[in-house]
Design a protein around this ligand. Structure first.
Ligand SMILES: [Ca+2]
Ligand SMILES: [Ca+2]
Length: 119
């Protein structure tokens, strides 16, 4: 068995264009045997001046999408700094996981500051 709680992180900033194309931040996972857990932890640190603009998905190594957050016209708060729990037990752990973020409404902008996955 692998020791629990193995964490991989990407701290590189990725600018999120205003009402633009989706952007991605990649994490290469190695050395985790078998599938991802049913309680995969996805820690997200996105700085943004109107977080309701954002949709956020986790992309598994086989390109399966897991929706973490929908956009909302009424959620005017700043930033998305939280940890999501994803049932990723059908996904092989090793490979490239991606955070996909898209800004779907005009005016406010931001960036992916960092994110991490814990197996
Ligand atoms: Ca925007
Ligand atoms: Ca950063």
């Amino acid at each position: 068995m692998d020791p629990p709680g193995k964490t991989f992180e990407n701290t590189n900033d990725v600018a999120i264009p205003d009402k633009g194309a989706a952007v991605f931040s990649d994490i290469a996972v190695t050395g985790v045997s078998g599938n991802a857990p049913a309680t995969l932890k996805v820690g997200v640190d996105i700085k943004h001046t109107w977080r309701g603009d954002l949709t956020i998905d986790l992309v598994a190594p086989d390109n399966s999408l897991y929706r973490l957050k929908n956009s909302s016209g009424s959620d005017s708060a700043d930033n998305v700094i939280t940890t999501y729990t994803v049932n990723a037990s059908s996904e092989v752990a090793n490979g490239t996981w991606r955070l996909k973020v898209q800004d779907v409404a005009s005016a406010d902008t931001g960036k992916i500051d960092s994110w991490k996955v814990t197996f």
